[in-house]
Design a protein around this ligand. Structure first.
Ligand code: SAH
Ligand code: SF4
Ligand code: F3S
Length: 480
């Protein structure tokens, strides 16, 4: 192990840091060029992303840097000279997938010793994970965390120069470094971080421990980034944060999320605004008002419920009740009658009784979600809920999970079909995987529709007649 700089506080300004990293990009370019000449072919890099949209956005930054230093992007791990996993640790199965795939990478590296393997993201912020990697996965070249992703060029150089495992994981940071290269997955839409970290400490959740305290980006920087994206062909943005509704509270000049949305709305050329995630406890009437008046904000809210039982919600430290959640939904629907509501639900939180679970089913029935992500509770070490003794037996959780999923799907199917026969504006996203004569477009409410078209339509808006609903998507025809 060459360097380990835990808890490092930065002294450089963001601009100085950005310049410094540019120099490391130049340096790494030389290494990539030399290696490529030695092999007589270009070098390939493969990035795999686990977890949420924030991780996906981080991976675009990793890809931007890998491309800037001269790697060619590939989806095929076995042809890659550099492999990086951007990991997630929100549930145990995400971790298991990483260990499983690492085993395979180890055997690949035996055949291709110059292959470099890097790990970053939320899992790396956990000390027991890094210990395990040091012990049982010695072939990994580089490990870093969520707080120093902007140092990737520098760490890449260290890893290239060393034949030992390089580990650099910080406990926290207050730095936000902008303007490093980014390689966007889509030309016409993009995620935009508006804040980092989380202060909510829901008792089951590891995110605050691995992503640090909540930090909002300066609104001017956000608007400037979106203006640049729009100039580069982006028409839709997804504003990202663990709890966008508390945006701006820690800024030098505090500002609400609703006020930020109003600023973003003014950006000419930007057509659609989305955001996630909205914590119900912080969703203001001001936001509902702004959404109702907006021409650009999509009629969709992702409003994680987690549980319908006020008792469980208290144990989860969610800071709302069943009643206040339902009242919030009423206020939203009153001003935004057509809105799509989606949610996240956890089944089997410690101590959850059948009665608690039936409260969740009751809320699902009353709200009528357009779709819902359902999760089996996963014990995360270090969180308060993990220390609870009354963990729910696996077979009970499985049974509840199946019942919930059946109800969620039945309602979603019914809700999804409510636009059948209408004409909707869609943004064309891709050529259909199964049938190349079709393209797939996304409506404002996040539903997908497949209709005849070709690749030239990607990134454009079309008026589509929704002929028939097929469960969770539509088949349509152009209305013009
Ligand atoms: N910040 C968002 C959620 C981020 S994590 C919010 O507060 O809504 C995404 C989802 O993962 C959560 O909404 C929750 O439903 C689920 N989740 C988080 N921790 C979990 C755990 N320990 N077990 C199971 N699901 C979990
Ligand atoms: Fe986790 Fe709660 Fe923060 Fe969401 S708000 S990231 S569930 S602690
Ligand atoms: Fe996973 Fe980290 Fe996102 S733990 S859900 S990738 S913030």
């Amino acid at each position: 192990m060459k360097i380990k700089m835990e808890n490092k506080k930065e002294t450089l300004t963001a601009v100085e840091e950005q310049k410094r990293q540019q120099q490391f990009i130049e340096k790494a370019r030389i290494y990539v060029r030399e290696k490529s000449e030695e092999l007589g072919r270009p070098l390939y890099a493969c990035t795999t992303t686990f977890g949420c949209q924030m991780n996906a956005r981080d991976s675009e930054k990793l890809d931007g840097i890998l491309e800037a230093v001269g790697y060619i992007k590939t989806d095929k791990e076995d042809e890659a000279d550099f492999v990086i996993y951007n990991t997630c640790t929100v549930r145990e199965n995400a971790n298991q997938r990483v260990y499983g795939r690492l085993g395979y990478l180890g055997s690949m590296k035996k055949k291709k010793p110059h292959m470099m393997i890097a790990l970053c993201g939320c899992m790396m912020q956990e000390a027991h994970v890094v210990e395990k990697l040091k012990k049982s996965y010695r072939f990994v070249d580089l490990i870093f965390g969520t707080h120093n992703i902007f140092k990737f060029p520098e760490l890449l150089c260290y890893a290239m120069e060393s034949d030992r495992m390089i580990i650099d994981v910080w406990k926290d940071t207050d730095q936000i470094v902008e303007d490093l290269p980014v390689d966007r997955k889509y030309k016409f839409k993009s995620g935009v971080n508006i804040m980092f970290g989380c202060n909510n400490f829901c008792s089951y959740c590891i995110v605050p421990y691995v992503r640090g305290r909540e930090r909002s980006r300066n609104p001017k920087d956000i608007v400037r980034e979106i203006e640049h994206l729009v100039a580069d062909g982006v028409v839709e943005v997804m504003l990202l944060g663990q709890n966008v509704n508390s945006y701006g509270k820690n800024l030098e000049e505090p500002m609400t999320f609703a006020q930020l949305l109003k600023e973003i709305e003014k950006i000419e050329g930007l057509k659609r605004i989305r955001f996630m995630t909205s914590h119900p406890k912080d969703l203001s009437d001001e936001l509902i008002e702004v959404m109702a008046e907006s021409k650009k904000i999509c009629p969709h809210l992702h409003l994680p419920l987690q549980s319908g039982s006020s008792r469980v919600l208290k144990e989860m430290n969610r800071r709302y009740t069943k009643e206040s959640y339902l009242a919030l939904v009423d206020r939203i629907r009153e001003k935004l009658p057509d809105i799509s509501l989606t949610t996240d639900i956890i089944v089997g939180f410690p101590g959850e009784t059948e009665e608690d679970f039936l409260e969740t089913m009751d809320v699902v029935g009353k709200v009528g979600y357009d779709s819902a992500f359902t999760f089996i509770y996963s014990k995360r070490s270090g969180t308060p809920a993990a220390a609870k003794e009354d963990q729910v037996p696996e077979e009970v959780v499985k049974d509840r999970f199946d019942r919930l999923l059946a109800q969620v799907q039945e309602i979603a199917r019914e809700r999804s079909s409510r636009f059948e026969g209408t004409v909707q504006e869609v943004l064309v996203e891709s050529v259909n995987d199964q049938d190349a004569s079709l393209v797939t477009g996304r409506m404002g409410n996040n539903l997908l529709v497949h209709f005849p078209g070709d690749a030239s339509m990607i990134g454009t808006f079309k008026q589509i007649h929704l002929d028939v609903c097929k469960g969770f998507y539509y088949m349509g025809t152009p209305a013009e």
